[in-house]
Design a protein. Structure first.
Length: 289
């Protein structure tokens, strides 16, 4: 049982962390988030299924095109649902991105249908036995991919020119603009990257959970909880919180049953935020007077 808890917990946790890292990227650069992030998880899986299974395209090409589609959706969200409101100093982008996610979910529902379908993967067809527990190879690949991508994003922010541009915009958009940085394009790139991360999460979990119009709904809610728990301004905190969340969720499900999972896990989150209001590695904002 312990092996199963660790594998499933780290796998789910890394996916929560990956989607939550998308919230971190847009928040760090623009101070906004895309509340349609969970819907993008669904979009990535549905596009891969439609292109790779329904249309018969090679799966590698289907995956690449699915991620391109997610990136384009991220750009649309930034241009149509976030930028117009931020420009006017309005917080209406909060509701606009929620509405965008609902529109996307219903579009998928009407075109893809309600019936869950299986996304084939050679890593999710035959389980292997590890310490007496049957585990699909994909369950071992998921945490490796998730954690690797998370730290790759963290490295990009800290050690590359693109990362420095993103950080410059995050710290002072007006100063960055005066230095010749295209702030609008930089923020758009952040939203595209955020959507790609969510799409990758969808592609990784779809072979294990089936593809449906509701695949990413709960994932998005949990990922946002993870982002807040870790401290949405800290990439490391978000990653750590995702892994901890996944382990706690898997442990509660294995010991108490799935009926109590959300009750216990979200109670733990409330307690944690009561003790650490700014998240595990978050910092309280400094007000200059």
């Amino acid at each position: 049982m312990l092996t199963s808890i660790l594998v499933s917990g780290l796998g789910l946790g890394s996916m929560y962390g990956l989607v939550a890292l998308g919230f971190h990227v847009t928040y760090a650069v623009s101070g906004t988030v895309n509340f349609a992030q969970g819907s993008v998880v669904t979009l990535g899986a549905v596009l891969a299924y439609a292109l790779g299974v329904t249309l018969g395209s090679p799966m590698p090409a289907a995956i690449v095109l699915a991620l391109v589609g997610c990136a384009l959706f991220g750009l649309v969200v930034e241009a149509a649902l976030v930028r117009p409101f931020v420009t006017r100093g309005s917080d209406a982008w909060l509701l606009a991105t929620v509405a965008g996610g609902i529109v996307l979910d219903n579009t998928v529902l009407f075109t893809f249908g309600k019936e869950p379908r299986s996304l084939p993967s050679p890593l999710a067809t035959k389980p292997v036995e590890i310490l007496g527990t049957g585990i699909y190879p994909l369950q071992l690949v998921i945490p490796v991919v998730g954690i690797t991508l998370a730290f790759a994003i963290r490295t990009v922010f800290r050690q590359t020119d693109l990362g420095r541009v993103l950080l410059a915009v995050a710290q002072n958009a007006d100063a960055a603009r005066l230095m010749g940085i295209d702030v609008r394009r930089t923020v758009a790139c952040a939203f595209a990257l955020s959507a790609v991360l969510a799409g990758i999460a969808g592609l990784l979990i779809a072979p294990l959970f089936s593809v449906s119009a509701e695949l990413g709904t709960l994932f998005g809610i949990k990922a946002f909880a993870v982002a807040i728990l870790g401290g949405i301004g800290s990439a490391t905190g978000v990653i750590l919180a995702g892994l901890l969340y996944g382990l706690v969720e898997a442990g509660v499900t294995a010991t108490l049953g799935s009926t109590y999972t959300q009750l216990v896990v979200f109670s733990v989150i409330i307690l944690a935020l009561t003790l650490r209001p700014d998240g595990l590695l978050g910092r309280a904002p400094v007000n200059k007077v």
